[in-house]
Design a protein around this ligand. Structure first.
Ligand SMILES: Nc1nc2c(ncn2[C@@H]2O[C@H](COP(=O)(O)OP(=O)(O)OP(=O)(O)O)[C@@H](O)[C@H]2O)c(=O)[nH]1
Ligand SMILES: [Mg+2]
Length: 428
């Protein structure tokens, strides 16, 4: 997160922050660890954390009055210049807290939005993040115009920018509508591309999982093992390295191919506005034939990450998809995780390549396993069968011979059983 002074000039040194969480029922230590990771990903130095156990959150300041005073004292003693709350704050809470503590106050959502804003590359990605930021800001605008412009960069310093903070609700509303219209166009393009893929009957496999689990690394390794023509994707040790979904064609033996999609990583408490804004890109997962759920085996709390990922997949309406669990980073894992997902599981290292062939063959078995490669000769008086197969099978070649249409393709087992009397050279 960039620092600005009162004249809005960038100051280069890092923020020093304290993290604050409330514990009502479930243990928050993991999500606080994660908050620390998010702060570091935004170049914020974390100097301490406070967790308060509460029966219910305080409407005015989230945490209790005494804790606010304690926090103010801590900030002044330790020369802290930012407090980051693990919970989403209302506009009133943010203002009250800033007034009492005297330093900038942000929440987990602002932090995630800020990291996303920093990582967005494509036009669609940038629009989606701007939409999420504006939607976060909108309910916090009413009655707090002044305090909001004071908060300024606090709501995503790389977001819509200072100028827009001064504009009134109507302008923001209009901008939201404009972005939505633009995104609709992008979603339409995406839909057209998807229909094209569906028509060609090429199976689609999507890599999903927690941020930094190694999805992009798995994709690159699979690319290196197969089609050398396709470009690799960026894989880096940072949260949310991938924002825009990346599609690559993976060609395997017999001329078979599938589309592999690398997607944005998940994190707990993914802001609602973000999921909404990224709906069209996240939807890619919904149309996949198979999901590869990549897990970082070296991380102690991977079960929590698996749970969060499954929840987001459910939210996207892809909960019942076929899944393959890929426990990655086994080269640095102390022990192999026990799989209790009920799906097939492979233990891999995208780094060393260990078991990557096994992953590829498991994927192939799942997506092509049911298909049968055959050459059928369909007589010309059975045109309906030819049309049906053109619609439903993966056609490799078609030739018009004297006795009928010669179709080489991969057919669903049921279709093959039905039409195998037309087999020319038999099953290959
Ligand atoms: N030791 C080890 N490191 C790995 C392995 N796979 C990936 N990594 C490292 O883990 C980090 C994250 O990898 P990415 O491929 O960017 O992870 P991702 O899931 O695509 O992350 P996001 O795009 O941020 O969601 C990188 O530093 C990789 O080099 C592995 O099998 N072993
Ligand atoms: Mg990635």
């Amino acid at each position: 997160m960039l620092r600005f002074n009162d004249s809005n000039e960038i100051i280069t040194e890092e923020y020093k922050a304290i993290l604050v969480g409330i514990q009502i029922e479930e243990d928050v230590s993991y999500s606080m660890d994660e908050l620390e990771g998010l702060a570091e990903a935004d170049s914020i130095e974390v100097s301490g954390r406070i967790i308060q156990s509460l029966e219910k959150p305080n409407t005015a300041t989230l945490i209790g009055k005494g804790k606010v005073e304690e926090l103010a004292q801590m900030c002044s003693n330790m020369e802290i210049d930012m407090v980051i709350f693990n919970e989403e704050l209302s506009g009133v809470q943010m203002r009250n807290l800033e007034d009492s503590i005297g330093v900038r106050v942000i929440d987990r959502t602002i932090l995630i939005l800020d990291i996303f804003a920093d990582r967005a590359i494509s036009k669609e990605g940038k629009l989606q993040i701007e939409l999420a930021q504006l939607q976060y800001r909108m309910p916090r605008l009413t009655g707090f115009g002044k305090s909001l412009s004071r908060l300024g960069g606090g709501i995503g310093t790389r977001g819509p920018g200072e100028k827009k903070l001064e504009t009134d609700r109507r302008h923001i509303s209009k901008r939201i509508d404009d972005i939505k219209a633009e995104l609709k166009k992008a979603a339409k393009n995406r839909q057209t591309q998807r229909s094209g893929r569906e028509k060609s009957h090429i199976p689609v496999v999507a890599l999903v999982g927690y941020t930094n689990s190694g999805k992009s690394a798995v994709m690159n390794k699979l690319l290196a093992m197969t089609d050398k023509e396709e470009k690799t994707v960026s894989s880096q040790n940072m949260l949310f390295a991938t924002l825009d979904p990346q599609h690559r064609k993976i060609s395997v033996e017999n001329g078979s191919e599938f589309i592999l999609i690398d997607t944005v990583g998940f994190v707990s408490k993914l802001p609602h506005s973000l999921v909404e804004a990224f709906k069209s890109t996240l939807e890619e997962v919904k149309y996949a034939d198979l999901l590869i759920h990549v897990v970082d085996s070296s991380y102690d709390n991977r079960d929590f990450q698996i749970e969060v990922t499954d929840k987001v997949i459910d939210q996207l309406g892809a909960g019942s998809k076929r899944k393959l669990m890929a426990y990655n980073k086994i080269d640095i894992a102390e022990e192999l995780p026990l799989d209790v997902s009920g799906h097939d599981a492979v233990y891999i290292s995208a780094k060393t390549g260990e078991n990557m062939e096994l992953l590829l063959s498991s994927v192939k078995e799942k997506i092509f396993g049911k298909r049968i490669h055959a050459v059928l000769l369909i007589p010309y008086d059975r045109g309906a069968v030819t049309s049906y197969l053109c619609e439903n099978a993966e056609i490799i070649s078609m030739e018009y011979e004297a006795e009928g249409t010669l179709i080489e393709g991969r057919f669903d087992r049921n279709d093959y059983e039905k039409y195998k009397s037309f087999t020319k050279d038999g099953e290959k």
